[in-house]
Design a protein around this ligand. Structure first.
Ligand code: BJW
Ligand code: ZN
Length: 254
Protein backbone atom coordinates (compact mmCIF):
# COMPACT_ATOMS: atom_id res chain seq x y z
CA UNK A 1 0.00 0.00 0.00
CA UNK A 2 1.34 3.45 -0.85
CA UNK A 3 2.29 5.50 2.17
CA UNK A 4 -0.36 8.12 2.97
CA UNK A 5 0.83 11.68 2.51
CA UNK A 6 -0.70 15.11 2.95
CA UNK A 7 0.48 18.52 1.87
CA UNK A 8 0.05 21.91 3.57
CA UNK A 9 -2.63 22.62 0.94
CA UNK A 10 -4.71 19.80 2.40
CA UNK A 11 -4.90 21.51 5.81
CA UNK A 12 -8.20 23.19 6.72
CA UNK A 13 -8.08 26.96 6.09
CA UNK A 14 -8.51 27.83 9.75
CA UNK A 15 -5.56 25.68 10.77
CA UNK A 16 -3.36 26.98 7.96
CA UNK A 17 -4.11 30.54 9.07
CA UNK A 18 -3.38 29.68 12.67
CA UNK A 19 -0.02 28.10 11.74
CA UNK A 20 0.86 31.12 9.60
CA UNK A 21 0.60 33.28 12.72
CA UNK A 22 3.32 31.21 14.46
CA UNK A 23 1.24 29.98 17.39
CA UNK A 24 2.65 28.79 20.71
CA UNK A 25 1.93 25.12 20.30
CA UNK A 26 1.50 22.12 22.55
CA UNK A 27 1.84 18.73 20.85
CA UNK A 28 0.30 15.89 22.88
CA UNK A 29 1.13 12.45 21.54
CA UNK A 30 0.14 8.84 22.19
CA UNK A 31 0.91 5.36 20.96
CA UNK A 32 -0.48 5.97 17.45
CA UNK A 33 2.46 8.25 16.69
CA UNK A 34 4.82 5.29 17.17
CA UNK A 35 2.55 2.77 15.43
CA UNK A 36 4.26 3.33 12.11
CA UNK A 37 7.60 2.45 13.72
CA UNK A 38 6.12 -1.04 14.18
CA UNK A 39 5.21 -0.62 17.85
CA UNK A 40 1.71 -1.86 18.66
CA UNK A 41 -0.71 0.58 20.27
CA UNK A 42 -2.49 -0.36 23.46
CA UNK A 43 -6.16 -0.51 22.63
CA UNK A 44 -6.14 -1.76 19.06
CA UNK A 45 -6.23 -5.47 18.30
CA UNK A 46 -3.07 -7.15 19.52
CA UNK A 47 -1.33 -9.74 17.44
CA UNK A 48 1.38 -12.34 17.91
CA UNK A 49 3.11 -13.31 21.08
CA UNK A 50 1.16 -11.03 23.36
CA UNK A 51 -2.31 -11.55 21.89
CA UNK A 52 -3.32 -13.49 25.01
CA UNK A 53 -2.60 -10.58 27.32
CA UNK A 54 -4.36 -7.26 27.52
CA UNK A 55 -1.76 -4.50 27.83
CA UNK A 56 -3.97 -2.98 30.49
CA UNK A 57 -3.43 -6.18 32.48
CA UNK A 58 0.34 -5.96 32.09
CA UNK A 59 0.68 -2.24 32.86
CA UNK A 60 -0.26 -2.50 36.54
CA UNK A 61 1.67 -2.83 39.80
CA UNK A 62 -0.41 -5.96 40.49
CA UNK A 63 0.77 -7.61 37.26
CA UNK A 64 4.37 -6.94 38.23
CA UNK A 65 3.90 -8.29 41.74
CA UNK A 66 2.13 -11.35 40.36
CA UNK A 67 4.56 -12.18 37.56
CA UNK A 68 7.60 -9.88 37.20
CA UNK A 69 9.17 -12.15 34.59
CA UNK A 70 6.14 -11.81 32.29
CA UNK A 71 6.05 -8.04 32.69
CA UNK A 72 9.81 -7.76 32.03
CA UNK A 73 9.48 -10.04 28.98
CA UNK A 74 6.80 -7.70 27.61
CA UNK A 75 8.87 -4.57 28.15
CA UNK A 76 11.99 -6.22 26.67
CA UNK A 77 9.95 -7.29 23.64
CA UNK A 78 8.84 -3.68 23.23
CA UNK A 79 12.41 -2.39 23.68
CA UNK A 80 13.43 -4.64 20.79
CA UNK A 81 10.65 -3.27 18.57
CA UNK A 82 11.59 0.32 19.47
CA UNK A 83 15.29 -0.29 18.79
CA UNK A 84 14.50 -1.95 15.45
CA UNK A 85 11.80 0.50 14.38
CA UNK A 86 13.39 3.82 15.33
CA UNK A 87 11.64 7.15 14.82
CA UNK A 88 9.25 7.62 11.90
CA UNK A 89 8.09 10.60 9.85
CA UNK A 90 5.68 11.71 12.58
CA UNK A 91 8.46 11.92 15.21
CA UNK A 92 10.70 13.79 12.76
CA UNK A 93 7.87 16.20 11.92
CA UNK A 94 7.38 17.07 15.59
CA UNK A 95 11.09 17.95 15.82
CA UNK A 96 10.73 19.98 12.60
CA UNK A 97 7.76 21.81 14.08
CA UNK A 98 9.84 22.73 17.12
CA UNK A 99 12.48 24.13 14.77
CA UNK A 100 9.87 26.12 12.83
CA UNK A 101 8.00 27.65 15.77
CA UNK A 102 9.34 29.95 18.47
CA UNK A 103 7.45 27.99 21.13
CA UNK A 104 6.46 24.37 20.55
CA UNK A 105 6.38 22.02 23.52
CA UNK A 106 5.98 18.27 23.33
CA UNK A 107 4.08 16.26 25.92
CA UNK A 108 3.93 12.52 25.34
CA UNK A 109 2.28 9.52 26.89
CA UNK A 110 4.78 7.31 25.09
CA UNK A 111 7.60 5.64 26.97
CA UNK A 112 9.71 4.77 23.92
CA UNK A 113 11.97 7.84 23.71
CA UNK A 114 11.38 8.13 19.95
CA UNK A 115 10.54 11.86 20.00
CA UNK A 116 13.95 12.54 21.52
CA UNK A 117 15.59 10.10 19.10
CA UNK A 118 14.13 12.20 16.25
CA UNK A 119 15.59 15.38 17.73
CA UNK A 120 12.72 16.83 19.79
CA UNK A 121 13.85 18.83 22.81
CA UNK A 122 12.39 19.16 26.30
CA UNK A 123 9.90 16.33 25.87
CA UNK A 124 7.65 15.88 28.92
CA UNK A 125 7.16 12.14 29.41
CA UNK A 126 3.92 11.77 31.35
CA UNK A 127 4.22 7.98 31.65
CA UNK A 128 7.98 7.63 32.10
CA UNK A 129 10.48 5.88 29.88
CA UNK A 130 11.04 2.15 29.43
CA UNK A 131 14.77 2.62 28.88
CA UNK A 132 15.06 3.66 32.52
CA UNK A 133 14.91 1.13 35.37
CA UNK A 134 14.28 1.80 39.01
CA UNK A 135 14.09 -0.10 42.28
CA UNK A 136 10.67 -1.59 42.94
CA UNK A 137 11.52 -1.31 46.64
CA UNK A 138 11.97 2.04 48.29
CA UNK A 139 15.73 2.66 48.10
CA UNK A 140 15.49 5.13 45.18
CA UNK A 141 18.04 3.44 42.90
CA UNK A 142 17.63 4.08 39.18
CA UNK A 143 19.68 3.58 36.03
CA UNK A 144 19.50 3.98 32.27
CA UNK A 145 19.42 0.73 30.27
CA UNK A 146 21.24 0.68 26.95
CA UNK A 147 20.31 -2.89 26.03
CA UNK A 148 17.06 -4.80 25.59
CA UNK A 149 18.11 -7.25 28.32
CA UNK A 150 17.21 -10.88 28.91
CA UNK A 151 17.09 -13.51 31.62
CA UNK A 152 15.42 -13.13 35.00
CA UNK A 153 14.16 -9.74 36.17
CA UNK A 154 17.12 -7.55 37.16
CA UNK A 155 17.83 -6.95 40.85
CA UNK A 156 18.62 -3.66 42.56
CA UNK A 157 22.39 -3.43 43.17
CA UNK A 158 21.74 -1.36 46.31
CA UNK A 159 19.08 -3.32 48.18
CA UNK A 160 18.43 -6.57 46.29
CA UNK A 161 14.75 -5.86 45.50
CA UNK A 162 13.65 -6.27 41.90
CA UNK A 163 14.17 -3.46 39.43
CA UNK A 164 11.17 -2.37 37.34
CA UNK A 165 10.78 -0.25 34.22
CA UNK A 166 10.50 3.44 35.21
CA UNK A 167 7.05 3.82 33.68
CA UNK A 168 3.67 4.80 35.13
CA UNK A 169 1.23 1.96 35.57
CA UNK A 170 -2.51 2.26 36.23
CA UNK A 171 -3.19 3.54 39.72
CA UNK A 172 0.25 5.17 39.99
CA UNK A 173 0.86 8.88 40.11
CA UNK A 174 2.50 10.67 37.20
CA UNK A 175 5.91 12.34 37.59
CA UNK A 176 5.39 15.82 39.02
CA UNK A 177 7.98 17.44 36.74
CA UNK A 178 6.25 16.16 33.59
CA UNK A 179 2.81 17.16 34.87
CA UNK A 180 4.04 20.65 35.67
CA UNK A 181 5.70 20.95 32.26
CA UNK A 182 2.38 19.97 30.65
CA UNK A 183 0.54 22.58 32.72
CA UNK A 184 3.01 25.29 31.72
CA UNK A 185 2.78 24.27 28.05
CA UNK A 186 -1.00 24.44 28.21
CA UNK A 187 -0.94 27.84 29.88
CA UNK A 188 1.32 29.18 27.11
CA UNK A 189 -0.46 27.52 24.18
CA UNK A 190 -2.58 29.04 21.40
CA UNK A 191 -2.79 25.74 19.51
CA UNK A 192 -2.97 22.16 20.80
CA UNK A 193 -2.22 19.25 18.46
CA UNK A 194 -3.42 15.89 19.79
CA UNK A 195 -1.93 13.02 17.80
CA UNK A 196 -2.28 9.26 18.05
CA UNK A 197 -4.06 8.90 21.34
CA UNK A 198 -7.41 7.31 22.19
CA UNK A 199 -7.93 10.08 24.79
CA UNK A 200 -9.12 7.51 27.30
CA UNK A 201 -6.39 7.52 29.93
CA UNK A 202 -6.36 10.21 32.60
CA UNK A 203 -4.89 12.59 33.56
CA UNK A 204 -3.37 12.88 30.05
CA UNK A 205 -6.86 12.93 28.49
CA UNK A 206 -7.71 15.96 30.61
CA UNK A 207 -5.17 18.12 28.72
CA UNK A 208 -7.27 18.52 25.55
CA UNK A 209 -10.38 18.96 27.71
CA UNK A 210 -8.70 21.79 29.60
CA UNK A 211 -7.55 23.29 26.30
CA UNK A 212 -11.12 23.24 24.98
CA UNK A 213 -12.42 24.79 28.19
CA UNK A 214 -9.84 27.57 27.79
CA UNK A 215 -11.07 28.22 24.24
CA UNK A 216 -7.85 27.09 22.53
CA UNK A 217 -7.72 25.67 19.02
CA UNK A 218 -7.54 21.88 19.44
CA UNK A 219 -6.65 19.71 16.45
CA UNK A 220 -6.96 15.92 16.51
CA UNK A 221 -4.83 13.73 14.25
CA UNK A 222 -6.04 10.14 14.28
CA UNK A 223 -7.38 7.66 11.70
CA UNK A 224 -10.16 6.75 14.14
CA UNK A 225 -12.56 8.77 16.24
CA UNK A 226 -12.09 9.31 19.97
CA UNK A 227 -14.10 11.08 22.69
CA UNK A 228 -12.36 14.29 21.54
CA UNK A 229 -13.31 14.03 17.88
CA UNK A 230 -16.61 15.88 17.88
CA UNK A 231 -15.25 18.74 19.99
CA UNK A 232 -11.91 19.40 18.28
CA UNK A 233 -11.80 22.47 16.02
CA UNK A 234 -10.26 20.31 13.30
CA UNK A 235 -10.10 16.56 12.93
CA UNK A 236 -7.39 15.35 10.56
CA UNK A 237 -8.45 11.76 9.85
CA UNK A 238 -5.42 9.70 8.95
CA UNK A 239 -1.97 8.72 10.13
CA UNK A 240 0.25 11.08 12.10
CA UNK A 241 3.08 10.38 9.64
CA UNK A 242 1.01 12.09 6.92
CA UNK A 243 -0.52 15.02 8.79
CA UNK A 244 2.30 16.10 11.11
CA UNK A 245 4.77 16.62 8.22
CA UNK A 246 2.12 18.73 6.44
CA UNK A 247 1.67 20.82 9.60
CA UNK A 248 5.45 21.23 10.02
CA UNK A 249 5.76 22.26 6.36
CA UNK A 250 3.00 24.87 6.78
CA UNK A 251 4.71 26.25 9.90
CA UNK A 252 8.08 26.40 8.07
CA UNK A 253 6.51 28.24 5.16
CA UNK A 254 4.95 30.86 7.43
C1 BJW B 1 -2.93 6.46 15.11
C2 BJW B 1 -2.19 5.77 14.19
C3 BJW B 1 -1.41 6.54 13.34
C4 BJW B 1 -3.20 4.32 15.33
N1 BJW B 1 -1.43 7.85 13.44
N2 BJW B 1 -2.94 7.78 15.20
C5 BJW B 1 -10.40 9.99 35.65
C6 BJW B 1 -11.46 9.35 35.08
C7 BJW B 1 -11.44 7.96 34.92
C8 BJW B 1 -10.35 7.20 35.32
C9 BJW B 1 -9.29 7.85 35.90
C10 BJW B 1 -9.32 9.22 36.07
N3 BJW B 1 -8.16 9.59 36.66
C11 BJW B 1 -7.39 8.49 36.83
C12 BJW B 1 -8.06 7.41 36.40
C13 BJW B 1 -7.56 6.00 36.41
C14 BJW B 1 -6.63 5.67 35.28
C15 BJW B 1 -7.37 5.84 33.97
O1 BJW B 1 -7.23 6.81 33.27
N4 BJW B 1 -8.15 4.84 33.58
C16 BJW B 1 -8.89 4.91 32.33
C17 BJW B 1 -8.50 3.71 31.46
C18 BJW B 1 -10.36 4.96 32.63
N5 BJW B 1 -5.45 6.50 35.34
C19 BJW B 1 -4.40 6.19 36.08
O2 BJW B 1 -4.40 5.22 36.81
C20 BJW B 1 -3.22 7.13 36.03
N6 BJW B 1 -2.80 7.46 37.35
C21 BJW B 1 -3.42 8.39 38.09
O3 BJW B 1 -4.36 9.02 37.70
O4 BJW B 1 -2.84 8.58 39.35
C22 BJW B 1 -3.54 9.32 40.33
C23 BJW B 1 -4.29 8.31 41.13
C24 BJW B 1 -3.60 7.38 41.86
C25 BJW B 1 -4.30 6.45 42.62
C26 BJW B 1 -5.69 6.44 42.59
C27 BJW B 1 -6.37 7.39 41.82
C28 BJW B 1 -5.66 8.34 41.09
C29 BJW B 1 -2.02 6.42 35.42
C30 BJW B 1 -2.22 6.04 34.00
C31 BJW B 1 -0.97 5.30 33.49
C32 BJW B 1 -1.15 4.72 32.10
N7 BJW B 1 -0.08 3.84 31.85
C33 BJW B 1 0.05 3.26 30.51
C34 BJW B 1 1.27 2.31 30.51
C35 BJW B 1 2.55 3.13 30.54
C36 BJW B 1 3.76 2.26 30.44
C37 BJW B 1 3.82 1.49 29.13
O5 BJW B 1 3.83 2.08 28.04
O6 BJW B 1 3.85 0.27 29.21
O7 BJW B 1 0.22 4.28 29.53
S1 BJW B 1 -1.44 2.40 29.96
C38 BJW B 1 -1.32 2.95 28.28
O8 BJW B 1 -2.38 3.90 27.96
C39 BJW B 1 -0.01 3.75 28.21
C40 BJW B 1 -0.39 4.84 27.26
O9 BJW B 1 0.54 5.92 27.39
C41 BJW B 1 -1.79 5.17 27.69
C42 BJW B 1 -2.57 5.91 26.64
O10 BJW B 1 -2.73 5.14 25.51
P1 BJW B 1 -2.70 5.83 24.07
O11 BJW B 1 -1.35 6.41 23.84
O12 BJW B 1 -3.84 6.73 23.91
O13 BJW B 1 -2.80 4.55 23.12
P2 BJW B 1 -4.13 3.78 22.62
O14 BJW B 1 -3.70 2.44 22.17
O15 BJW B 1 -5.18 3.84 23.62
O16 BJW B 1 -4.61 4.63 21.38
C43 BJW B 1 -3.83 4.71 20.21
C44 BJW B 1 -4.55 5.65 19.26
O17 BJW B 1 -3.72 5.85 18.14
C45 BJW B 1 -5.89 5.15 18.75
O18 BJW B 1 -6.87 6.14 18.89
C46 BJW B 1 -5.63 4.87 17.25
O19 BJW B 1 -6.76 5.14 16.43
C47 BJW B 1 -4.52 5.84 16.98
N8 BJW B 1 -3.64 5.48 15.86
N9 BJW B 1 -2.44 4.39 14.38
C48 BJW B 1 -2.24 8.42 14.38
N10 BJW B 1 -0.67 5.91 12.39
ZN1 ZN C 1 16.77 -0.87 45.77
Amino acid sequence: MAEATASPNDLPDGLAACLAAGPSTLVLTGAGVSAESGIPTFREAQTGLWARFSPADLATPEAFADNPQRVWDWYRWRRGLIRDGGPNAAHRAVADLQAALADCRVVTQNVDGLHQAAGAAGVAELHGNLWRERCAGDCGFQREADAVGDGPPPECPDCGALLRPDVVWFGETLPMAALEAAERALAAADLVLVAGTSNLVYPAAAIPEQALAAGLDVVEINPDTTPLSTRAAHRLAGPASAWLPAIAAAARAA
